[in-house]
Ligand binder design. Structure first.
Ligand SMILES: [Zn+2]
Length: 482
């Protein structure tokens, strides 16, 4: 057992979460991945400029020295002149601002009376302007955890970067649909006590953001950066952690790496490392210096009035939600739903449909489909609403849900088309009775001994997805009693 206090363990996390808003943060583009092919390509060269202190930032310089050329893919509805940095930004997306302020309130942070948009130097080409716009909306908050309070140093509203498509020597290609999607960044103080605690903190912050009901979902929507150092070592930032479960292992490995260097008489340096799938990390660049931020002169500052703040309500807390869910779901399911990124739509659907069925669908069914390698991002809120309305109208049985969603994910089609494609149009009781009678005739021995279970299995094999198991059971029992 490692004594983390004794080794001088210091750790903080930074959570980034994309918000589900109608437009991007500083323009009217759709904040989503385009399904279209790029309709334009922009070529750029970037160079590092001296920051306000007259020094060239070391991280910036490092990237500059690589002498790269950048290509940017544009998309019809997801890219505009602001996105390619040919036009100044529009005023900040109010919806995104309100969500960020709501999160700041939930974390009991101090909210500045005037919010200033800043530019943060980014020279890896993932921003067309070579900077990322960011605004501090909250400072000095606090997060309650099982191991005491963890300070929240800052809550920022920022632009998402462009997504990397490929790297070909010194030429990098990015897609611009992702650029400018609103993002909240939440950074903690180095109050984290041990690797497991880091996971809890990251998880709690993720849940808090999702409880606004305005978090995007899918792979890559939440990203964690972890800062770690030990006595005699150096602060290392591990970037791009996508799975919460990996956090403890990544931290333990980083501690070991620094300890081994110290043992050999080497001095670890402050650096940025990227998380790999096996729980180890890889050097990416030196840690950026302090010259990265300067004011965004093209964007107006935002006044936060008392009136504006009073209108922003804090959503129900986690504990309150859990208590409410305990009344409608079996114990084991409550936690799964709370941690699910389908929480928002779950809340909406349970007003009309069977909570257990909805919970099962958004947790285990989606997980199974994902495990089979299908793109579950295609299971949108609209798809789920359509699906459950069909179940309610008895157009399909509830047993057909996994099949329908699978076909939706496989073909990127609507629920109605998936039902057609899978041949899942439901049957009525008359048609079912015929199948039951035929099964009883074909398996006369089983029928004579009234062996319900095997007969039920045989009938279900024929009708699964087309009519509910409860109805099959009722009809079969009735026939056997005759
Ligand atoms: Zn745009």
């Amino acid at each position: 057992m490692v004594d983390y206090e004794k080794i001088g363990f210091k750790c903080g996390v930074e959570i980034h979460n994309r918000l589900d808003t109608k437009t991007k943060l500083f323009c009217g583009c759709k904040p989503r991945f385009s399904k279209e092919k790029p309709d334009n390509l922009v070529k750029r060269k970037l160079r590092a400029v001296a920051g306000e202190m007259g020094q060239v930032d070391s991280a910036a310089l490092y990237e500059y020295l690589k002498d790269r050329t950048f290509f940017y893919q544009c998309f019809p509805e997801e890219t505009c002149l602001v996105c390619v940095d040919e036009e100044p930004p529009m005023s900040v997306n109010k919806e995104a601002l309100e969500i960020a302020l709501q999160i700041a309130k939930m974390l009991k942070a101090e909210i500045p009376e005037e919010i200033h948009v800043m530019r943060k130097t980014v020279v890896d080409g993932s921003n067309t302007s070579a900077f990322q716009r960011t605004a501090i909306v909250g400072l000095n908050g606090v997060l309650k955890t099982s191991q005491g309070d963890v300070g929240i140093t800052n809550i920022c509203l920022e632009e998402e970067s462009a997504g990397k498509v490929k790297k070909d020597g010194n030429e990098l290609t990015y897609r611009l649909d992702r650029l400018g999607i609103p993002l909240v960044e939440i950074g903690t103080a180095p109050d984290i006590k041990n690797p497991e605690h880091a996971k809890e903190v990251a998880e709690k912050i993720g849940m808090l953001v999702r409880s606004t009901g305005k978090s995007q979902r899918g792979i890559g929507v939440t990203r964690e950066d972890v800062n770690v150092s030990i006595k005699g070592g150096a602060r290392v930032e591990i970037k791009g952690v996508q799975a919460l479960d990996m956090i403890p292992l990544l931290i333990e490995n980083e501690i070991k790496r620094q300890q081994e260097m110290i043992k050999k008489g080497e001095k670890p340096i402050e650096e940025t490392r990227v998380a790999k799938d096996d729980g180890t990390t890889k050097f990416t660049r030196p840690l950026p210096g302090g010259e990265r931020m300067y004011p965004e002169t093209d964007a107006e500052s935002i006044m936060v009035t008392k009136h504006m703040l009073s209108k922003i309500k804090i959503p129900e807390t986690w504990e309150e939600k859990a208590e409410r869910f305990c009344k409608i779901l079996p114990d084991g399911m409550v936690d799964q739903v709370l941690k699910s990124d389908y929480l928002g739509i779950f809340e909406k659907l349970v007003e009309k449909y069977d909570p257990v069925l909805v919970a099962n669908t958004v947790t285990s069914t989606v997980k199974d489909i994902r495990r089979n390698g299908l793109d579950t991002d295609l299971i949108t809120d609209e798809i789920l609403e359509e699906l459950f309305s069909f179940v309610k109208e008895k157009k399909i049985s509830k047993e057909a849900i996994p099949k329908v969603l699978e076909v939706v994910c496989k073909n990127d089609i609507s629920v109605l088309d998936a039902i057609d494609k899978a041949g899942l149009e439901s049957m009525d009781e008359k048609q079912l009775e015929k199948i039951v009678e035929k099964t009883l005739n074909d398996h006369f021995d089983l029928a004579k001994e009234k062996r319900f279970a095997p007969l039920m299995g045989l009938v279900m094999k024929e009708v699964r997805g087309k009519i509910g198991g409860d109805i099959v059971s009722k009809v079969l029992k009735k026939k056997l009693e005759k």
